[in-house]
Design a binder for this molecule. Structure first.
Ligand SMILES: [Zn+2]
Length: 369
């Protein structure tokens, strides 16, 4: 580089020119690398109720259809608006839900069924085989039965504990039709379902048979996308959660994301379950207690302080501090600062978590804020 040091500006130019001629041709820039395939879990804000859209690179699954219906909130309109926006972005999916899974036939989980089967292509239906008892849920499920009768090509599977082989999770092509795609094969398994015979659960504190409570028959689903995993327990209550932990190997419950059971009700999560899961994130699908009507988060006192205590002790991730309303009892709340990675649709609106095959999970952007 003596030329450059000795020369003026013009000589530097000549020197660089000579250097360029002598050097090997410059390689073209590499093409932009393909984006890492992701599982996106959309915890939809359907008010007091549940609806979770699980998005894969080559398909989508909807677990439950929400939600709250009162003078201030209309969950079916919210659900269909979100799914419309989702399919407008994912035009490759052609308005198709590969799987519609209903954890149990309570209205806060099945209210949107008629709208979903009418508006989108539903390829497969999974349920727990229980007959609904609430009038509006009876209507929703009878619409589903008519739809299945009229569409012989739509696969339907009832998930019952009778179909499990020992302690192994239950897998099927109806529950998991998703092929390997962009290098990742999503894995979907059931860990619990409709219970055929009363295990001797006895009565709850209100004098009702626990076996007659549809919550205890909720389908429990584990979803793995590479090293990113999610557990959805529906509204399973303590007596059935204990049995779930007894029947399945603890490793099958070890997940990164916990969709908090029963909207954060005091009976929807146990300390043993938290220990088995050791999640990084917890997300509650629950209403905003600002709406003071029957069947709302306010009426139930969801999410309960006792469950928040369990989550704070068991969730490893963190979030920027938020101060949120926590239920002390029915229609009774207090404010608490949250710094663990605990989210709620009633606090945060729709929550999206994105997991990659290596198990890196971050918060994503909803299709409708
Ligand atoms: Zn529910």
């Amino acid at each position: 580089m003596t030329i450059g040091r000795a020369a003026g500006i013009g000589m530097i130019g000549v020197g660089l020119l000579c250097f360029g001629v002598a050097a090997k041709p410059v390689a073209p820039p590499p093409p932009p690398s393909a984006p890492e395939p992701l599982m996106r879990v959309h915890f939809l804000n359907v008010g007091q109720g549940a609806a979770t859209l699980i998005e894969f690179p080559c398909g989508a699954m909807l677990v439950d259809t929400g939600g709250e219906e009162d003078s201030e909130f209309h969950s079916v309109a919210v659900l269909t608006a979100y799914l419309d926006a989702f399919f407008a972005r994912r035009t490759d999916l052609k308005n198709t839900l590969d799987v519609l899974l209903l954890t149990h036939p309570h209205i806060d989980h099945v209210r949107g069924v008629p709208a979903v089967i009418e508006r989108y292509t539903v390829a497969r239906v999974i349920d727990d085989g229980r007959q609904p008892m609430q009038d509006d849920a009876v209507i929703a499920i009878s619409r589903l039965k008519s739809f299945l009768a009229d569409h012989a090509g739509v696969a339907h599977q009832v998930i019952s504990l009778a179909d499990f082989d020992g302690e192994a999770p239950l897998a099927s092509a109806t529950l998991d039709p998703f092929p390997a795609c962009k290098g990742v094969d999503p894995k979907i398994e059931a860990l619990w379902g409709g219970v055929p015979n009363d295990p001797g659960w006895g009565e709850d504190g209100y004098g009702k048979e626990r076996f007659d409570n549809d919550n205890n028959h909720s389908i429990v689903t584990r979803i793995d996308f590479g090293e990113s995993s999610l557990l959805i327990t529906g509204d399973l209550e303590e007596v059935a959660i204990r049995e779930l932990l007894h029947r399945r190997p603890e490793t099958t419950l070890d997940v990164d994301i916990y969709q908090v059971g029963h909207h954060g009700s005091a009976n929807g999560t146990t300390s043993d379950l938290m220990r088995a899961m050791s999640p990084q994130y917890a997300v509650m699908e629950v209403g905003d207690p600002v709406r003071r009507h029957s069947w709302t988060a306010w009426a139930y006192g969801h999410p309960r302080a006792s469950i928040i205590d369990l989550l704070v002790g068991g969730v490893s991730g963190t979030r920027d501090v938020v101060n949120e309303e926590i239920g002390l009892g029915m229609k009774s709340f207090t404010t608490r600062a949250i710094t663990q990675a605990i989210y709620a649709t009633g606090w945060d609106g729709t929550v999206v978590l994105e997991g990659d095959r290596a198990g890196n999970i971050v918060r994503g952007t909803p299709d409708i804020p």
